[in-house]
Design a protein around this ligand. Sequence first.
Ligand SMILES: [Zn+2]
Length: 233
Amino acid sequence: MIENLLAYQVADARLRKIEMELSGSEERKKAVSAKKYIETAPENVNKLDDKAADLEAELNLAVSETAKIKEQQAELEKALKTVEEPSDATYLIEQIDELMANLKVLDGKISKITAEIQTILGEFSSIKKMTKAAQAQYAEFGKKYNDLKASKQGEREVIEKELEGLKKNVDPALMERYLKKRANKIYPILYEVTGNICGSCNMELSMAELSKLKNGEVIDCEMCGKMLYISKK
Ligand SMILES: [Zn+2]
């Protein structure tokens, strides 16, 4: 019985090879990476939008603070012109100096925020450019990948037909187990046990497992999930 599934697995290797060729192809990799970029771009744009909005609010605050301080400064300078007591003049001058120092700090802050906004604008335009490039890449390599897939279709159908034939000889329960693992991209699936370990992952098998194997049962390795058997020769 196991021989029939082994025969299936041998033919299945050819299908697996085509699948690997397709999934590992440059065409697919380039199409996938472009698609990924296109899909994540809106999220990055949103993040930049939020950042830009925060910076704009910060900038507005700094600008209005600057205006307020300049008003205060003008008032103090006006008062300085009419002041009579030297000590009052000294006081006013100190106040004006303090305001000027604050203005300098705000000025630095405004320059920094403006530079950050410029950086964000640059990032926006780079995302736009790269999205365009990614769209072109996706169109080009998506088509190339489909062409590659189509070029293998004939070969694939021949193997699939052969597999359909081989499937009829295999115990349905075993076949189902095999196909489930195959869908999870495990290959090869069947392993022959020669000693008391799994030939795939080297896990030691229990006495109970070994006796099941000796009874002709096909068991699943607990560790790697491969299907194990002992051949009866
Ligand atoms: Zn194993």
